[in-house]
Design a protein around this ligand. Structure first.
Ligand SMILES: *[C@@H]1O[C@H](CO)[C@@H](O)[C@H](O)[C@H]1NC(C)=O
Ligand SMILES: *[C@@H]1O[C@H](CO)[C@@H](O)[C@H](O)[C@H]1NC(C)=O
Ligand SMILES: *[C@@H]1O[C@H](CO)[C@@H](O)[C@H](O)[C@H]1NC(C)=O
Ligand SMILES: *[C@@H]1O[C@H](CO)[C@@H](O)[C@H](O)[C@H]1NC(C)=O
Length: 792
């Protein structure tokens, strides 16, 4: 019945048989997975659109829906899907009905399982074409099947279903293409044994979205305006965003294996990043050039670090996983459903420009966009209301590729009017004029030149047309795929399973997932998740507030670590300001160790009013290593604090552990030198503030238990021996510490809980626990202890 169809259709369409012989040739399309979900939702419609677009160009088609189901069941399911085909809006209903009918008559279902099934499909195609006297142009095999089935299908196609010489073969693959670099390589190797690279079309459906598909043409058609500004001198930052509101219910068995990075960032967002950042070839319609330039850009991606990402997981995710994967109540998945990633490129054009890639499930809105924010150097003296409306140089300058959904609910391209008036293709894009009330990214739509597509085209329809026309630049080549996995692999191997921040979902997320970029690192803006999660239940998170009370009869300040650090930094600033205003300078001596690093960071980032110009930085103790050694306390202080603040270099006083090209030798008299320097600069050799830490063994500064060195006497600075490497140290002696006007002790982390408990009860026993000897003679002491150290 199927056999005599094509010719009769040629009659039906009013084309005489002789013209059919001069037909531009025949294309067979085989849709594997014809009864599946993707086929139902998009692929059949895309194939119908292809038929509508191309049949008038003189090509003939047959469509073979295939699956493993038997004939009866397969047909029923497939024709069920085909009922819903729709014509473009401008096609009248009766003509539409006719076109659908034609399409259905060119379409058959067949079961494809065995080698013989494929051989029989091949015979049938050949026989029909011979009978109809049609030239075979090519065959498309669309794999809408799970990747584990690829290998077998590929083998059958290669051995039994290749078109004859002169006709092309195109196989179309759907993601996922592997789970990481290694599995992607394996899959690629396997396919390579069956197909040539030019035969493979890997679909990333995002590349078929109208706006995404127009990024390169847009850059090309607006070269004149973009060339001078499409670079690090003019672009402030770029945001590539795909937000979703749905969860992954019913899909957790897939999602649990993938997570947001593999599902969205490794493919969709990375591809968009490439389209934005690649060097434009002279001819953007030349697939080879486009693909080559894209690969070059991959090569200039800077490697990701732990500090390049923030991860989240929506709260109900674990219960979905437990339910669907039959896990126990104690199962906690760390699969991220939200990610924010900072990407940099190492090339002349983009060096230093932050590219922010972000995506997540169960967020507040469904929207996809790219926002290119340009630097703005103008300052307008006049009041805002007098800024000459739209073209004012003082308004933000941005270029937005709006991919879909969101408030606009349509693909669009928007350019701030103070940037340039873009050139858009006639006939396919039109100006958006009918939504004057709309505001986007903080601005009225009238501040933009805004364009929307004349007709909404589905991404799959766009891509199917590109497959048919052999436009390979819209697809992911093997090299491209492996480069993308290569880029993400480090993150996936090292950090993707760190505990994600849990978020409640939807509007309730509030600012929980906002992140910021500081000094090339991303972090959530809100640091204290415990507090936030508690606040969500409408309770005041009292128990997380800073608590003040007494420890060893002295002032105790306690809180969760981040808050404690914030409190301490604020207290230091207060003291510094009042001391400077009273005496003109502030002398602070700092200890080594890891706890102060968080403090330094806090001081650098949040205390702009700190009187650094009048502050002198001293060290309480130092390891006997060169100053540029990673173990050097001064090195750390320099790296985390001094480098970032405007403290005059002559106010910085490293301990002289390295004299005469040797480390800590008695006769070089380093301790005396330091004591003299202090004596010369610090009034009464009494520091305004000495900041100490506490070791788990009770040591403080570099004064260690079971040694009397430095516990008594007149020497201010001395050498000591540490039980751990590097053994030799230089340190303030205990009596000298006690001379300070203020001594503050910072203690953080569970590991300190035991010693904190011991010290809270101990008397003055510095030989056992040097910290217990810290007792300023006329100054005051305060304890900054976090909850973990205090309460365990
Ligand atoms: C692909 O098909 C060709 C021709 O039938 C055959 O020679 C070749 O061995 C096949 N490749 C593989 C990997 O099976
Ligand atoms: C999930 O699957 C169940 C059972 O198969 C079905 O009833 C439900 O509609 C599905 N939910 C979604 C959101 O697809
Ligand atoms: C650009 O490349 C396409 C595809 O290779 C080609 O058809 C077209 O003629 C080229 N255009 C120019 C201006 O060279
Ligand atoms: C230095 O010490 C002396 C005597 O103890 C005292 O009178 C004086 O005020 C101190 N100076 C400062 C700046 O603290």
């Amino acid at each position: 019945m199927f056999r005599r169809m094509i010719l009769s259709l040629v009659f039906f369409l009013g084309i005489v048989p002789s013209m059919a012989r001069e037909s531009r040739g025949h294309i067979s399309v085989v849709l594997l997975g014809a009864t599946g979900d993707l086929a139902k939702k998009y692929l059949w419609q895309g194939l119908f659109q292809l038929y509508l677009d191309e049949v008038s160009n003189g090509h003939t088609f047959t469509f073979h829906g295939a699956a493993t189901a038997d004939l009866e069941k397969g047909r029923r399911l497939m024709y069920g899907h085909l009922k819903n085909l729709a014509c473009p809006l401008d096609v009248p209903p009766d003509r539409c009905a006719m076109l659908k009918d034609q399409f259905l008559r060119l379409t058959e279902y067949r079961q494809l399982k065995t080698e013989e099934d494929y051989a029989s499909l091949n015979r049938e195609i050949r026989t029909v074409l011979d009978q109809e006297d049609l030239e075979e142009v090519g065959r498309i095999f669309y794999f809408s099947v799970p990747p584990f089935a690829y290998g077998e299908i590929a083998r059958h196609i290669n051995s039994s279903c290749r078109p004859p010489t002169g006709a092309w073969l195109r196989v179309v693959l759907e993601k996922p293409f592997g789970q990481d670099l290694q599995s992607a390589q394996q899959l690629a190797e396997e396919l390579k044994t069956f197909f040539k690279e030019e035969e493979v079309y890997r679909v990333d459906h995002y590349l078929g979205k109208q706006t995404v598909a127009h990024i390169l043409p847009f850059r090309d058609q607006n070269r004149k305006h973009l060339d001078p500004i499409w670079n690090r001198h003019h672009v402030e930052r770029v945001e590539i965003v795909l937000k979703e509101t749905v969860d992954v219910k019913n899909r957790t068995s897939f999602y649990e294996e993938y997570g947001v990075i593999r599902d969205v960032l490794q493919n969709h967002l990375t591809e968009v990043l490439m389209l934005l950042t690649m060097e434009l070839p002279a001819n953007v319609s030349n697939s080879e050039d486009v693909l080559r330039h894209k690969l070059q850009t991959f090569a200039s991606l800077q490697g990701l670090e732990r500090s390049s990402i923030v991860l989240g997981q929506y709260e109900a995710y674990n219960s979905h996983v437990r339910e669907e994967l039959q896990k126990g109540q104690d199962y906690f998945s760390r699969t991220p459903t939200f990610a924010g990633v900072l990407v940099h490129l190492d090339n002349l054009r983009w060096e230093g420009v932050p590219f922010i890639l972000t995506s997540g499930k169960v967020l507040d809105e469904r929207v996809g966009y790219v926002r290119v924010l340009f630097k703005n150097r103008a300052y307008c003296t006049q009041h805002e209301t007098t800024w000459d409306a739209k073209e004012s140089q003082c308004k933000p300058k941005q270029l937005i590729f709006y991919i879909g959904h969101g408030e606009l609910n349509s693909p669009a391209i928007l350019v701030s009017r103070n940037l340039f008036k873009p050139t858009m293709p006639q006939g396919t894009w039109k100006e958006l004029l009918d939504r004057p009330q709309l505001r986007l990214f903080g601005h009225s739509i009238s501040d933009y030149y805004a364009y929307v597509p004349v007709a909404d085209l589905d991404a799959y329809a766009v891509l199917i047309s590109h497959i048919y026309h052999g436009k390979k630049e819209s697809f992911v080549t093997t090299e491209n795929l492996l480069a993308a996995w290569g880029f993400w692999n480090r993150l996936l191997t090292n950090w993707v399973n760190e505990v994600p921040r849990v978020y409640p979902g939807g509007q309730e997320n509030g600012h929980l997932l906002d992140f910021e970029i500081i000094g090339g690192e991303v972090s959530f803006v809100m640091k204290e998740t415990l507090e936030v999660m508690d606040a969500k239940n409408g309770q005041t998170p009292d128990q997380y507030k800073t608590i003040q009370s007494r420890f060893r009869q002295s002032r105790l300040i306690t809180a969760w670590s981040e808050e404690l650090i914030a409190h301490l930094a604020a207290d230091i600033e207060k003291v510094a300001i009042s001391t400077v205003s009273r005496s003109g300078s502030f002398h602070v001596a700092l200890s080594g160790g890891s706890s102060p690093l968080a403090l330094f960071k806090q001081l650098v980032l949040h205390h702009y009013g700190f009187p650094w110009r009048h502050t002198h930085l001293w060290l309480v103790d130092e390891r006997c290593v060169p100053l540029d050694d990673p173990e050097s306390n001064f090195g750390n202080l320099y790296e985390h604090l001094i480098r970032h603040v405007r403290v005059p270099y002559f106010n910085v006083h490293p301990m002289p552990v390295h004299l005469n090209r040797r480390l800590c030798v008695e006769e070089d008299k380093g301790p005396e030198l330091y004591a003299n320097e202090i004596g010369a600069l610090v009034a009464n050799a009494s520091f305004d503030l000495v900041l100490l830490g506490l070791g788990a063994d009770g040591h403080t500064a570099s004064l260690f238990p079971h040694s009397s060195v430095g516990l008594e006497g007149n020497q201010e600075v001395i050498f000591t021996e540490s039980p751990v490497k590097p053994h030799q140290r230089m340190t303030f002696a205990l009596p000298f510490i006690n001379k300070a006007r203020r001594v503050w002790v910072l203690v953080m982390g569970k590991g300190k809980h035991d010693i904190v408990t011991v010290v809270s009860r101990a008397g003055n026993e510095p030989k056992k626990w040097p910290i217990s000897g810290v007792n300023p003679t006329s100054g005051q002491i305060a304890w900054y202890v976090d909850y973990e150290a205090l309460l365990g």
